[in-house]
Structure formats: C-alpha cells, structure tokens
Ligand binder design. Sequence first.
Ligand SMILES: NC(=O)c1ccc[n+]([C@@H]2O[C@H](COP(=O)([O-])OP(=O)(O)OC[C@H]3O[C@@H](n4cnc5c(N)ncnc54)[C@H](O)[C@@H]3O)[C@@H](O)[C@H]2O)c1
Length: 259
Amino acid sequence: MRLASKVAIVTGAGAGIGRASALRFAAEGAHVVAADIDDASVQEMVSMSSTQASGSIRACQVDVASAASVEALITTTLEQHGRLDVLFSNAGIQLDGNAIDLPEEDWDRMFAVNVKGAFLCAKYGIPAMIASGGGSFLITASVNSFYAESDIAGYSATKGAVMQLTRAMAIDHGPGGVRVNCICPGWTETAMSKPYLEENPKGREFAAKIAPSGRIGQPEDIASVALFLASDESGFVNGAAWNVDGGWTAGMTKAIALV
Ligand SMILES: NC(=O)c1ccc[n+]([C@@H]2O[C@H](COP(=O)([O-])OP(=O)(O)OC[C@H]3O[C@@H](n4cnc5c(N)ncnc54)[C@H](O)[C@@H]3O)[C@@H](O)[C@H]2O)c1
C-alpha cells in the first residue's frame, strides 16, 4: 500500500495514461479524484474499477484550461477528503502541424490545456498540498520536451514549457514540502498515439523499433513511474524529468539509422 490514505487527483483520468494511473493509485491505497473533461469516460472508469482496491475512486468533471473549473476540482476534493497529497497534472492534447500550417486556434488550445492546465492545477492545488503538510505534484511532459519531431511544433513547444515549469516550481515549492517532477513518455499506446500507430502503415513497427526495449509503451508503464514519484519512496526526487521511453532517447542513433 504505497499510497495508503493519501488523497490524489489525476487529470485526464478518463483514458490512457491518466486512467491507468488513477487505477494504480487506488490499488495502492489512495483516495483518488479522477478528473476529466469527458465526464462519461471517468464515470465508466469508476464503475469498472475493482471494489477490491484498498483506496477509492470518485469521478469529477473538469476542464483544466478553466480556472473556475480547476478551483472547483480542488474545493470538491477538500470537501470530500479534507486534504490533498498528490496532484498528477496529466491531461493533454496533441494537434499536429508545423509553424506554417498549424491553425492559430490549435496553438492556443494546446497551450491552454497542456501548459495553462498544469499552471492552474499548481495555482489551486499546491496551496492545498502545503496546507496538508506537503506532497507530490506531477506533470506528464514528453520525450518531445527534449527532442523535436516533424509536424508537431506547437505540441513540442508545450511539452518543453511544462518541463521548465516543473523545474521552476520545484525550486519555488520544495521549501514548502511540495516536490514537483515530470514524466516524459515515449510512444505509449493510447487514443492520442492511435492515429500514428494505426493509420501510418509502418507506424507501429517504427515506434517499437526505435526503442531499444523493442516495444511500444503501455499506459501501465507510465503509471508505475507515476506511482513511484507520487509515493514517499521518491522523497528526495525533486525538479526531475523522467524519461519513460524504453530507451528511445538514449538510442537516438538507432532512430536515425532507421529513417
Ligand atoms: N500517448 C503517448 O504516446 C504520449 C507520449 C508522450 C506524452 N503523452 C502525454 O500523456 C498525457 C496523457 O495522454 P494519453 O496518451 O493518455 O492520451 P489520451 O487521449 O488517451 O488521454 C488524454 C485524456 O485527457 C483528457 N482531456 C483532454 N483535454 C482535457 C481538458 N481540457 N481537461 C481535462 N481533461 C482533458 C481527455 O478527455 C482524455 O481522457 C498527455 O499530456 C500527453 O501529451 C502521451
């Protein structure tokens, strides 16, 4: 029970990495508030979740790009559970395009969800964590925080931004007892990666081959690292960016050789 009695919020919990993390946190004893803009998806996840989980999961609809919505999420969590120990700011969207063809509204929406969303979760969540005696704030960044790929200029910019936000907040809030870290997944099999993996004839093969581990990541691979960073086991980890990519970024030369 690595998160016994801890209260955790996971955003983007209706699907993919967020769903796997919310389920894992609850299995390890946390009381989880599973938040997503798609209310039906979190309601479905809560109804599917095992009653044997030693913690609990409640669904909450949130739009992380809206200050009022994020503030309401924190208020509701405190009303229901009285404290906040872990906030996993994971919700994100990817809209493709280079700087010339990416529509301005797509740029704005990605920054609103991926960057402002993390900022708003911190703005309203970190004070609650400090009042609870400290905690762990996590952001899902990406291998694209470090490395660019073609046709995702705006998305890469948002992921670079949240990695730097992670570092800035670790410095500001470490003394208050709040650790801030980000996870940088490589190709992970979710709805977000599905278009590339399934519509591109060689997408799946390429995504597996570029990782020295030889496979595409699963949401549970990311959830395992999130669990460690959420737990007290990572008590001296602060301001770090954790690549969880099967060695993709260590094996850049392999990727280049495959192109
Ligand atoms: N899948 C990958 O290969 C991959 C790689 C690197 C990073 N990531 C990052 O992982 C995170 C999770 O993505 P995923 O792959 O699980 O994708 P996903 O599409 O399966 O899940 C994203 C979830 O976020 C929710 N969401 C979207 N906008 C929201 C908003 N405004 N407010 C609240 N919830 C919102 C969606 O409804 C969805 O349930 C994202 O930040 C993504 O950028 C994914």
